[in-house]
Design a binder for this molecule. Structure first.
Ligand code: ZN
Length: 399
C-alpha cells in the first residue's frame, strides 16, 4: 500500500503532466476550445477548467469567447496563447546569424539577421547575447525564459556540444555551455535540419504525417531530418539524417567532410544564387529571383536548375528506396529550386526510385519558409518549459 507521501507526489506528477498536456495542445494548435481539450485529452470538464485556470494564473494563456461557435449551441471558451513568456531562437550560418524571439504557438515576434563571415563560436555567443538583449528590450512586457539553437552540423544533444560543423570549421565546440554561461538561461542545441523537420511536422507542410523526410538547404550545405512512425529518428547519439553527405558522384570534388562527391558538393545554394546574380540572398529573395529568371526564359538559370535537379534526384532515389516516406519536404534553397522547376522536371525527381517506394511519397516545399529553423529551434526551448508550466518566475513580471 503506497504511503501518504507517495500518493501526494503521484497526484502532483499527474497534475503537472495534465498541465503540460493542455499547454502543449494549446501551443501546437495555436489556440483550442475547452471542449476540444476535454475531447482530445480524455479529461472531464471540471478538470480541464481547473487546469486552464492554473495556466491563466501563470500567464501562459488567456480565455476568450469562441466566436466561431456563437449561436450554435453553448459556446466553449477558446484558450489562446499569450506573449508573456518567450523563447529565443538562434541559427548561426556561414554568412548570417538569424536570431528571433518566438511566442507560444510558434510565432516569431521579433527577429534580427546579423551578417557575418564564418563566425567562431565565441563570435556567435557575443552576437547572440547582444541581439537577444536588443530584441527583448522591444518587448518589455515579456520575459525570455530559454534559448534554442539550430546548428548546421553534428550536435551531441545531451550537452549541446557541436562535434563537427565542417563548413563553419567547428569541431568539438561546447556551444551550449558557452551560451548558457553568457545568457544565464537554459540553452538547448540541435542539428538545424532535425529542427526544420520538427517545425514542419508541428506547424508546417508535414502536419499529421507519420513518416517524413525533410531536406534542409542552407549556406552550410544540406541536412536531413527523418520522422518514422511519428517519431524523430536521431540515431544513437543524435547524428542521423546527414543526407547532404550521401555519395552521388564518387569521382567528384572533395567535400568538407573529407569524402568525395557528397550531395552538398554539387547541389549548392551559391550556384543557384550565382545563376541569378545574387550573393548571400535570404531564402525568400533567392526564391523570388529564381522564379523571375525562369519566367524571363533565362538559359543560364535553366542550365543550373537542370544540373542541380539531376544530382538531387540521385540522392532522393536512395533516400526514398531506403525510407519509403509518406511525405518529403524541401526547405531553404532546395525549396527555391523545387518551386522554379516545371511540372515535367518535378516528375523526373523521383522517376528513378523504386515505383512502389515512391508511389505514396508526396513532395512539397517547407510551408514555414525562412522561419522554419527558428521555429524549430524554439521548439527545443518550449519542450523543457512546457514540461512544467508552473515553473515560471511569476514575481519577475507581476505588475
Ligand atoms: Zn561530405
Amino acid at each position: 500500500m503506497p504511503s501518504a507521501r507517495s500518493t501526494t507526489l503521484d497526484a502532483n506528477t499527474v497534475r503537472r503532466r495534465n498541465l503540460a498536456a493542455v499547454l502543449d495542445l494549446v501551443h501546437r494548435r495555436r489556440g483550442v476550445t475547452r471542449a476540444d481539450l476535454t475531447r482530445a485529452l480524455g479529461l472531464n470538464r471540471s478538470t480541464i477548467g481547473d487546469l486552464v485556470t492554473v495556466l491563466v494564473d501563470h500567464q501562459w494563456v488567456d480565455e476568450r469567447d469562441d466566436q466561431r461557435r456563437a449561436g450554435v449551441g453553448r459556446p466553449s471558451p477558446l484558450v489562446v496563447t499569450r506573449d508573456r513568456w518567450l523563447v529565443a531562437a538562434v541559427n548561426p550560418e556561414l554568412d548570417v546569424i538569424d536570431i528571433g524571439l518566438v511566442s507560444l504557438g510558434g510565432d516569431i515576434v521579433e527577429r534580427s539577421r546579423t551578417v557575418v563571415d564564418r563566425p567562431t563560436p565565441a563570435e556567435v555567443v557575443a552576437i547572440t547575447a547582444r541581439v537577444i538583449g536588443d530584441l527583448a528590450a522591444r518587448r518589455p512586457e515579456a520575459r525570455v525564459l530559454g534559448t534554442g539553437v539550430a546548428v548546421p552540423g553534428l550536435v551531441r544533444r545531451e550537452d549541446g556540444c557541436v562535434r563537427l560543423a565542417p563548413r563553419l570549421g567547428w569541431r568539438d565546440e561546447p556551444l551550449g555551455a558557452m551560451l548558457n554561461a553568457q545568457l544565464g538561461m537554459p540553452v538547448e542545441v540541435a542539428n538545424d535540419a532535425h529542427l526544420g523537420a520538427r517545425a514542419e511536422l508541428t506547424f508546417g507542410a508535414g502536419r499529421g504525417a507519420a513518416s517524413l523526410l525533410y531536406l534542409n538547404g542552407g549556406a552550410s550545405g544540406i541536412g536531413g531530418g527523418i520522422v518514422v512512425d511519428g517519431r524523430a529518428v536521431t540515431g544513437s547519439a543524435g547524428y542521423a539524417g546527414e543526407i547532404g553527405h550521401l555519395s552521388v558522384d564518387p569521382q567528384g570534388e572533395r567535400c568538407a567532410c573529407g569524402a568525395r562527391g557528397c550531395l552538398e558538393t554539387v547541389v549548392r545554394r551559391d550556384a543557384l544564387a550565382a545563376a541569378v546574380g545574387l550573393e548571400h540572398p535570404d531564402d525568400d529573395t533567392l526564391d523570388a529571383a529564381l522564379q523571375a529568371a525562369v519566367a524571363a526564359g533565362s538559359a543560364t538559370v535553366q542550365d543550373a536548375l537542370r544540373e542541380q535537379l539531376g544530382w538531387l534526384a540521385i540522392a532522393l532515389r536512395s533516400a526514398v528506396n531506403l525510407l519509403n516516406p509518406e511525405h518529403i519536404v524541401l526547405g531553404g534553397h532546395l525549396a527555391a529550386l523545387w518551386r522554379a522547376l516545371s511540372a515535367d522536371q518535378r516528375e523526373a525527381a523521383l522517376a528513378d526510385a523504386l515505383a512502389v517506394s515512391a508511389s505514396a511519397a508526396r513532395l512539397d516545399v517547407a510551408e514555414l519558409g525562412s522561419t522554419r529553423l527558428l521555429i524549430g529551434a524554439a521548439e527545443l526551448a518550449w519542450d523543457r518549459l512546457i514540461t512544467d508550466p508552473t515553473e515560471v518566475p511569476l514575481d519577475a513580471v507581476r505588475s
